[in-house]
Design a protein around this ligand. Structure first.
Ligand code: PEP
Length: 253
């Protein structure tokens, strides 16, 4: 069974004081209200990972995650943060391949394969993002592109390594736009991704991997999206910056 996960991507938002308040509120609400075994992950700016981790404490349900890591082990890479550094402060998750990283920082499939490798080497769980831009969806190339994104960055892994990865399908046209994929569009693509994994690794491996949907998830649409059989949770941007709304989303699984 794939884990049920709701991850918040705070992107480059909040001051330390605001971040502390948000994390404290989310922690209290999630502890009180989120039932079952849903995992909640707060992907904060790197600078805030440690203070937020301290606020969350030794919680078995809520964790911090980074939004990126370097493909290099260490060295003269000014401004970068390595997977080993994240591991050394016990950060368990890292988002890799977010469309904003692909678009603004030129990250491609081969680079992301290296980032996935180094994250796994340091026992971090990558939350690997894939998804098509609007023009590709409109020309009906979305399935081909997303299958290619998954294959070029993940299919060099053996099955046990792949099973440590969380996949997030995030159609670029739905990120930060308020335009969500319909539940049917999300389900269709998640099923395509799972089938693609099954074709290489077998059905049991495919069935064990969490595939999250991301793209304008909010407290009004989360229930319908999460009810889809192949949607195992969400990666949430804007709505993760509001404690009440994010908690309602986490309760929707
Ligand atoms: C994201 O940044 O991963 C995301 C899905 O953003 P939003 O929820 O704001 O569309």
């Amino acid at each position: 069974m794939p884990k049920k996960i709701v991850a918040g991507n705070w992107k480059m938002n909040k001051t330390l004081e605001e971040a502390n308040i948000l994390a404290s509120e989310v922690k209290a609400m999630v502890e009180d209200e989120v039932k079952g075994d849903t995992l909640v992950i707060l992907c904060t700016p790197s600078l805030f990972l440690l203070p937020i981790k301290n606020i969350l404490g030794n919680n078995s349900r809520i964790f911090v995650g980074a939004q990126n890591c370097s493909e290099h082990e260490s060295g003269a890479y000014t401004g970068e943060i390595s997977a080993g550094m994240l591991k050394s402060v016990n950060v368990p998750y890292v988002i890799l391949g977010h469309s904003e990283r692909r678009q603004y920082f030129g990250e491609n499939g081969a680079l992301l394969a290296k980032k996935v490798d180094i994250a796994l080497k340091h026992n971090l769980t990558p939350i690997f993002c894939c998804g098509e831009p609007l023009d590709v969806r409109e020309s009906n190339g979305h399935e081909t592109l997303v299958k290619q994104q998954v294959a070029e960055s993940l299919f060099h892994l053996d099955a046990p390594a792949l099973q440590k990865v969380v996949i997030a399908y995030e159609p670029v046209w739905a990120i930060g736009t308020g335009k969500t994929a319909s539940a049917q569009q999300a389900q269709d693509m998640h099923a395509v991704i799972r089938k693609h994994i099954a074709s290489k690794y077998g059905q049991d491996v495919a069935d064990s991997i969490s595939i999250l949907y991301g793209g304008s998830v909010n407290d009004g649409n989360a229930k319908e999206l999460f009810a889809c059989p192949d949607v195992d949770g969400g990666l949430v941007g804007g709505a993760s910056l509001k404690s009440r709304e994010f908690t309602e989303i986490a309760k929707s699984i």
